[in-house]
Structures are given as structure tokens and as C-alpha cells.
Design a protein around this ligand. Structure first.
Ligand SMILES: [Zn+2]
Length: 484
């Protein structure tokens, strides 16, 4: 990161370079935490580690700022460990290798950890720089944000004295976040029965591929196809030909829009041609239906070996109707902000277990409004129960309801305008931030979230825009100096 040393944010970049050299995947934050504990001791910065592994560092106010509102600057310690299949990389021992391409910093074939390593580096750079102006300052570095927000869940009420929290974990420079969605997992299992099939039949696999997928919160408004919903409706649309379902599955992660789904079916030999034609026609219809959002959608049919068992008629009808009629996607929009989804659900994963004879369906429901989240989870639960599902709700985390009178928002907005001669966008994020959990433990905190522009976080394509890191740093230090 040689050429970054001359930038305005050079101190931040130096710390980010150190962070990249110390492994810190989720659930393995001990190495980075120990490095920070040692570093703080050398710099005579008070630092404690709580029972959840979170680090809390203190720095006294600069002179004449002693009576200003105490501030908490916050980031998470962990990064998502993802790599391309063809590379060797051990996230628990190996350093992240970086490279600069134009105005972007990338990692070589792995996630970069700019989410939230840049935020963490900014915290350390603020602590280390005694020329900056600010009131009494605490830095909160949380563990395991990316895998269940464990640190934020474990944070104790009363552990921090600050009244304003600056969260550095959002990913679009020029946008200031004042709220986020909460979420809840809806897990359903539906039993099925199977019966033997005779050898007068033939079998096929119908596959839906090439969909874009994406983040189940941030991308849910883009009109992308949900592979599980589409495969279910496809099967319902071919019922002019008698067929039996053998297997249906799709998706891989609850919090990703499913990109692929497939079904295995059997039908009478004489229907082969009709079925193939029908699938070809449905492929064209789907391409037209999703022409604005999916360029590579493909529905194909291939012959497979005849299996011994198929679902009974009633089990087949039960699962297909259940999937087809299940609420999915946007439920309501947020009236206070343009183009922001308020409540949505994502039917993310469908698996079929022939040992236990159960379908498992994973849905993630998100909402900025707690009451609407409760209502919607009741509705979706009732839907699955109508199809004899066993339903378990878990993994609930609270949202952060926007405060339209936030004082820190006004301060940061004014600093942004002064620095860049532009009004920042006020946003709420239709995804989880630790601020949701903080708002339950410290309801008096006035919070804001901001950050540099990071693209494709959580994937090996992750990259951070270098110029926006400079702007993020300028805005951070100007805001700290402007808080009264
Ligand atoms: Zn993050």
C-alpha cells in the first residue's frame, strides 16, 4: 500500500495495512485483538476486553473539548472469509494480499476485509493522532459482526459512557445512514411421502440457472427472479402433462436471493416431446417476464435415469402449492425515504431430505418497523402451517428505527456540505447493522452510520474506492471536531 502513504488518510492506510497482515476472520478475532491490546499499552491508551471479546478503548478529550458530548467511534473486528476456489488461502494464518487497480484497492482472490477494516483503521488512527480535536472519546470494536453479531449481542448496558455513536460499517460514501432493518429467520419443515414408480415412465431434470441473486435485503427491490419461486410456478404451469415430482431444491443461503433451482420429475414416455416443448416455451416466457432484471436466465430440461420412487400426489401438490403461494419479496416500502424497502421476505433455501422425508425451507424476513416484522412473521408462519409445516422462528435481531431529529445527523450533514459542497443522501439500510442491537441496550444514544464506498463485500471481488476513503476520513475528523 506504498502509494497510499501520501494521501490525506495516510495514517488510516498504515493501520489498514497492518490489519490486512493479521488474520481476523469471524470467530477468530483473537490475533487482531491481542495486537490492538499490545498496541494500546505501548501508546498508553486505556483498553479493556469485555466477556464477549469486544474491545473498548478510551482517549481523553483534546484541550478545550473536555465538556463536549462524549462520542463513541465504532467498527467490527472481524471480516468475512471468502476466496476463489482455485486459490490456496488459510484465513486463520495467512495475510490478505492487496493490490491497487486505478482508484480501487482489491485483495488477490480473497475478500479484502475493507468491511469493516477501513472503519477499524480509522478508529486506531484517531486514537493515535494527538493533533485531532474531539470531546471525550471511546472506541468500540466488536467481535463477530458478520456471523451473528455476537459482540453486539454480548455488549453490556453501562459499559460505555458516550452519548453519540459513529458506526463506520456502511458502504456508500455520500450516504448517511440513520436507520436499519431488523430480521428474523422462519424455518419450516414439511413432511412428504414417496411411492414406487414402474418402468413405463421416463425421468427429466428441469434446471433454472443464470439468475443474478444478490443480497436478500439490499437487492430485494431490484425485481430479480427468485429461483425457488420460479421453479415452483414452472411445475404448476406444466400440469397439463401428468407428472410426478421426485425432487425439488434451490438456493444455498438464507440471506441471498436464490440464483439456481432444479426439479426432477417423471412422466409417461409418450409425453416426452410435449414436455420438452412446454419447457422451451416457458423458458421464452420467463426471459420476457424478467427481461429488465435477468439477462442470463435459462430454463432447461435434460433426461436422467429413472428413479425408483416419486412423491405421492398429495405430497407433490402440498409442496408445490405451498411454495407457489408463499409471500416473497417486497411487502411494504418506507414512506420516509425514496426507494427504500420497509419490510421484505426472502425464500432463500429449499432442500429435500429423503432420509427424514422432509422439505426444509429457510426464509429471512426483514423490517425497519418492529410491529410490521411481528405481523409479517405471523402471516408467513400461518402460511406454512396451512401446509402442515413445523415452523420455528429464530435468529431475531432488532432494527434501528430512524430518528428524523437526530442531532448527530445535522452535525455530520453540515460538515459534509462544508467539505464537499454537496448534500449527502439520508438513508436507511434494509439490512442489519449493529446499531439495531445498540439501540435496545443504549436507547439514549444518538447514532449515525457512514463509510467509504465498498463494492461486492463478502465476496472475493470486494474492493474499496481509494478516494472515498480520503473523504470518509476528512468527514470523520471534521465531525469529531464539530460535535459540541
Ligand atoms: Zn461489516
Amino acid at each position: 500500500m506504498q502509494s497510499l502513504q501520501s494521501s490525506i488518510a495516510s495514517a488510516l492506510w498504515s493501520y489498514f495495512s497492518i490489519i490486512c497482515s493479521i488474520p481476523h476472520p469471524s470467530k477468530h478475532e483473537d490475533k487482531i485483538s491481542n495486537w490492538i491490546l499490545t498496541w494500546a499499552k505501548e501508546k498508553r491508551i486505556h483498553c479493556v476486553q469485555d466477556h464477549a471479546g469486544n474491545l473498548i478503548l478510551n482517549k481523553s478529550a483534546s484541550s478545550e473539548y473536555e465538556h463536549n458530548t462524549p462520542v463513541i467511534l465504532q467498527a467490527h473486528l472481524d471480516m468475512v472469509p471468502q476466496k476463489n476456489n482455485d486459490v490456496e488461502h488459510d484465513f486463520q494464518t495467512d495475510a490478505i494480499q492487496t493490490e491497487i487497480k486505478g482508484d480501487w484497492l482489491h485483495a488477490k482472490n480473497t475478500t479484502l476485509g475493507a468491511d469493516n477494516g477501513i472503519g477499524m483503521a480509522s478508529c486506531l488512527a484517531v486514537l493515535a493522532d494527538n493533533t485531532l480535536k474531539h470531546g471525550p472519546l471511546e472506541v468500540l470494536l466488536t467481535t463477530c459482526e458478520e456471523a451473528g453479531m455476537i459482540g453486539a449481542f454480548g455488549l453490556k448496558t453501562g459499559a460505555l459512557k458516550g452519548k453519540i455513536l459513529l458506526n463506520t460499517d456502511s458502504e456508500d460514501e455520500g450516504e448517511l445512514y440513520v436507520g436499519c432493518a431488523g430480521g428474523i429467520n422462519i424455518n419450516s419443515s414439511i413432511s412428504f411421502d414417496m411411492m414406487a414408480i414402474d418402468s413405463t415412465h421416463i425421468a427429466f431434470q428441469i434446471s433454472l440457472t443464470g439468475l443474478k441473486g444478490g443480497h436478500s435485503g439490499c437487492d430485494i427491490h431490484l425485481g430479480r427472479a427468485n429461483a425457488i419461486k420460479v421453479i415452483a410456478s414452472t411445475l404448476i404451469n406444466i400440469d397439463t402433462i401428468p407428472f410426478s415430482l421426485v425432487n425439488i431444491q434451490g438456493g444455498s443461503l438464507r440471506n441471498a436471493i436464490p440464483r439456481e433451482a432444479s426439479a426432477k420429475i417423471v412422466c409417461r414416455k409418450k409425453d416426452k416431446k410435449n414436455l420438452e416443448e412446454l419447457i422451451d416455451n416457458l423458458n421464452i416466457e420467463l426471459i420476457n417476464q424478467f427481461s429488465n432484471s435477468e439477462e442470463n436466465l435459462s430454463l432447461t430440461i435434460t433426461s436422467i435415469n429413472l428413479p425408483k420412487y416419486v412423491l405421492t400426489n398429495s405430497s407433490q401438490k402440498n409442496i408445490l402449492t405451498c411454495l407457489n403461494e408463499c409471500q416473497n419479496g417486497i411487502y411494504s416500502m418506507d414512506n420516509n425515504f425514496t426507494d427504500v424497502v420497509q419490510t421484505s421476505s426472502n425464500l432463500g433455501v429449499l432442500t429435500q431430505d429423503n432420509e427424514t422425508k422432509e422439505f426444509k425451507i429457510k426464509v429471512l424476513l426483514r423490517s425497519q418497523v418492529a410491529v410490521e416484522k411481528d405481523n409479517m412473521s405471523t402471516t408467513i408462519r400461518a402460511h406454512f402451517e396451512k401446509f402442515n409445516a413445523k415452523v420455528i422462528l429464530d435468529g431475531e435481531y432488532p432494527g434501528w428505527e430512524p430518528n428524523m431529529d437526530s442531532a448527530i445527523y445535522k452535525v455530520m450533514e453540515a460538515q459534509y456540505k462544508k467539505l464537499f459542497n454537496k448534500t449527502p443522501k439520508t438513508m436507511v439500510i434494509h439490512a442489519g447493522l449493529e446499531c439495531g442491537l445498540f439501540s435496545k441496550k443504549y436507547p439514549e444514544w444518538d447514532m449515525i452510520s457512514f463509510g467509504p464506498t465498498i463494492m461486492f463485500p463478502h465476496s472475493p471481488d470486494e474492493k474499496v474506492n481509494i478516494s472515498t476513503v480520503d473523504k470518509f476520513w476528512q468527514l470523520l475528523i471534521a465531525t469529531l471536531a464539530a460535535i459540541e
